[in-house]
Ligand binder design. Structure first.
Ligand code: C2E
Ligand code: MG
Ligand code: MG
Length: 482
């Protein structure tokens, strides 16, 4: 506690003692406490009339409990509408900790929060949510300064390094309204921050009606998921993969569709929620199991099948039993190696990189091909390509030239050509997704990418339609582009 605050809370304590001696009750004491602290220009926090000021020594922010008490005091004020809150997660703390050590990592956070305290002034305060997540409350007129702060601040942290350190955050904001509950504000700013984290085009968001709708959708997904899984509401759709030289059916990707009350729900509306709450592992195994069951059925009908790829969320990577689980499902349906492929997106953190590498190696040893999905959509790193034994790279549709022949398209052509040639040199096959036109298909062939998937050939289709595709392919009928 700094000495200024000590003096102020000392003054309040004296006031309270005096009132108590004069026979004031709990309610009156609370009123006196609020009025006194307000008059002194600090935000009081009270617990049974006792001022409990609590700092997080490591970072200089208030503890979560104390900061929440302060926030509650603001929420009940008539002028609460003059304030807003921000929740922020400091970017790259793991890297700072690895580079400078944990103790210096804390010094960096401390310096970052000190800068924020300067930005928000004496009317605001900061609290630690946990780890590298914090929140602050301040007067709304400071908004632009706070936005600039979360976007990035250059700090001098003398005991850590002579050079300045650039620190930024992912943040969620919310305007406070009089009568709101402190926990509503904290939930709102945390939700806006979490959603901002998954957006590629921004690092901060304000809580608004769209976020409110999204949260209500997320809650519904969470509640409905388990019964839906039991009721088999999830179905596998198959999207063919085409070999471009002869336009024949090369394989297919299994894509999940959720049918609820007669409506089809697309993966974008539920997969991110299931990835956040961990339920995606159950869904991925369910889809793998259904695909294996379909393949077994086709084999027993004497059909010639093609390799079906199944998406595996990288959220599964923490599960040490994952490899055995996948192999177990294939064994249960006696699926031959090579009939099923696993698609995984790359991962950003070092820990999951090692887990990804271990899993792909394990799958390869078991004869199960693996592909690196959405290549080029994120921050693809070279060691993801060189140190993991992928069979395929699935080039993301964002790298496919749109056909406008403008400068952007030229860049995409150069990148795509480069990726294909790099993959070839590394002995990895390439497939491009999101192919929507003949022009794109012709371009792919011209740069040596002979596998493609996209609406130009087929949209994802229900099992029955895919079986017709299998039958046609089996009879030697090669379906050209539509
Ligand atoms: P993905 O694995 O990259 O799958 C390809 C997505 O691109 C599919 O979207 C597909 O319908 C779409 N697509 C294919 N061709 C075209 C095209 O020519 N143009 C355009 N605009 N889009 C095309 P979908 O089915 O909505 O799935 C979206 C994502 O959801 C998938 O991306 C995958 O990441 C995820 N997903 C789907 N099913 C599963 C699943 O069972 N498990 C997991 N973990 N993720 C899944
Ligand atoms: Mg995929
Ligand atoms: Mg993809």
């Amino acid at each position: 506690m700094n000495s200024h605050s000590e003096v102020l809370s000392g003054q309040i304590r004296d006031l309270l003692l005096e009132a108590q001696q004069e026979g004031a009750g709990q309610k009156e004491l609370r009123k006196i406490l609020l009025a006194a602290a307000d008059g002194l220009g600090i935000f009081p926090a009270s617990e049974n009339g006792r001022v409990v000021q609590d700092y997080d020594k490591e970072t200089g922010a208030y503890s979560l409990e104390y900061a929440m008490l302060l926030l509650q005091q603001i929420c009940v004020r008539e002028d609460a509408g003059l304030y807003e809150g921000v929740s922020f997660n400091i970017t790259g703390m793991t890297i700072f900790n690895n580079r400078f050590g944990m103790e210096n990592g804390s010094r960096i956070i401390h310096a970052y929060l000190d800068r924020l305290k300067d930005v928000i002034g004496k009317d605001g305060f900061t609290g630690r949510i946990g780890g590298d997540r914090f929140f602050a409350v301040y007067r709304r007129e400071k908004r632009n300064d706070v936005i600039a702060f979360v976007k990035g601040a250059d700090l001098k942290v003398p005991r850590v390094t002579d050079k300045s350190i650039h620190v930024s955050s992912i943040a969620g904001f919310m305007e406070i309204e009089s009568g709101m509950d402190a926990s509503t504000v904290l939930d709102g700013i945390n939700a806006a921050r979490r959603i901002a984290k998954y957006q590629t085009n921004t690092t901060f968001l304000f809580y608004d009606d769209e976020i409110r709708r999204k949260l209500s959708n997320d809650r519904n997904v969470e509640l409905m998921f388990s019964p839906a899984l039991q009721n088999e509401e999830f179905q596998v759709y198959y999207q063919p993969k085409v070999e471009l030289r002869r336009y024949h059916l090369y394989g297919a990707e299994a894509l999940c569709r959720w049918f609820h009350n007669g409506k089809m729900i697309m993966p974008g509306d539920f997969i991110p929620v299931l990835e956040q709450n961990g339920a995606i592992c159950e869904l991925d195994c369910y889809i793998l199991e259904h695909v294996c069951r379909d393949i077994r059925g086709w084999m027993e009908e004497g059909r010639k099948t093609v390799c079906i790829s199944v998406n595996l969320s990288r959220c599964n990577l923490g599960d040490p039993a994952l490899l055995d689980r996948i192999i177990g499902i294939l064994e249960k349906y006696q699926i031959p190696a090579g009939a099923v492929e696993i698609e995984i997106t790359e991962t950003a953190t070092e820990v999951s990189f090692l887990e990804l590498q271990k899993l792909v190696r394990g799958l390869r040893d078991a004869g199960i091909p693996c592909s690196l999905d959405d290549f080029g959509a994120g921050y693809s790193s070279m060691n993801t390509l060189s140190e993991i034994p992928w069979n395929y790279i699935k080039i993301d549709r964002s790298l496919v030239p749109a056909g406008d022949d403008d400068a952007e398209d030229e860049k995409r052509k150069i990148l795509l050509k480069g990726v294909v040639s790099l993959a070839q040199s590394l002995g990895i096959s390439c497939i491009t997704e999101g192919v929507e036109t003949l022009k794109q298909s012709v371009f792919l062939k011209s740069v040596g990418c002979y596998l493609a998937q996209g609406f130009f050939f087929d949209r994802p289709m229900p099992k029955e339609s895919f079986v017709e595709r299998l039958t046609a392919a089996d009879k030697g009928f090669t379906k050209g582009p539509r």
